[in-house]
Design a protein around this ligand. Structure first.
Ligand SMILES: C[S@@+](CC[C@H](N)C(=O)[O-])C[C@H]1O[C@@H](n2cnc3c(N)ncnc32)[C@H](O)[C@@H]1O
Length: 217
């Protein structure tokens, strides 16, 4: 748990969270047992809310792992909606596919296995919502292409914007992450804040989440 929100506050809020699919519990338990870097449940609930609120029919996710955040997003899609998620670890991608099939959502979700940096130039938009949760040093290099792929009024959401609080110099004494990854998140966040194509809110949810709306249209 990042030291960003006091435990009793998290506990109080968790008591009101409704999970849209029982398979989420299974995936979260696997992730916890194996120490996988899945989004926090409050981030998952935020993703589900955002997808519903923008009426998302086409969603793109970068960084599937075993499909936890994907399932929060996919459960917000209408029956004819679609989600593309990208993961370069074939074993994780296979497990994610199994979870989507078991959840009855396999028809709505396509998992692309390989380097998202290359795939991004082969797929066509527009997407209603894009969730960035891959290698932190790829956030900034992918930013322009993700904005191109988004429809006007669509949402670009990125996880780990607070990065265990390590983006604040001197705030965390025992650092978990590399200086390079931390610097990459800071420069991505500053670029989002200054980007005239977007309006961005930075939220203290989970490990920090940015929510950017593409202006225009
Ligand atoms: C933080 S985890 C994703 C967690 C997932 N979004 C969730 O919350 O359930 C990041 C994942 O991105 C994958 N990844 C990192 N860089 C990638 C890239 N360039 N292309 C595809 N996948 C990538 C990693 O293998 C890892 O499984």
């Amino acid at each position: 748990m990042p030291p960003l929100t006091p435990g009793p506050v998290l506990g109080y809020l968790a008591g009101m969270r409704r999970e849209p699919h029982p398979r989420l519990r299974t995936i979260a338990a696997e992730g916890e047992a194996e120490g996988l870097p899945l989004v926090y449940p409050d981030t998952g609930a935020l993703l589900h809310t955002l997808a519903l609120s923008c009426g998302a029919r086409r969603i793109l996710e970068i960084g599937t792992c075993i499909g936890y955040s994907t399932l929060w997003l996919a459960t917000a899609l209408p029956a004819d909606g679609m989600l593309i998620t990208m993961e370069y670890d074939a074993d994780r991608a296979g497990r994610a596919r199994d979870h989507f099939a078991a959840a009855g959502l396999g028809d709505r979700v396509s998992v692309m296995v390989g380097d998202a940096t290359r795939f991004l130039h082969k797929i066509a938009g527009p997407f209603d919502l894009i969730f960035q949760d891959s290698d932190k040093q790829l956030y900034e290099p992918m930013r322009d292409r993700l904005i191109e792929l988004l429809r006007p009024g669509g949402l670009l959401v990125a996880d780990n914007i607070l990065w265990n609080g390590e983006v604040i110099p001197g705030y965390v004494h025992h650092l978990k992450y590399t200086a390079e990854d931390t610097a990459a998140i800071v420069s991505f966040s500053r670029a989002l804040a200054a980007d005239p194509r977007l309006y961005t809110s930075f939220l203290q949810v989970g490990d920090g989440v940015s929510v950017s709306v593409k202006i225009g249209g």
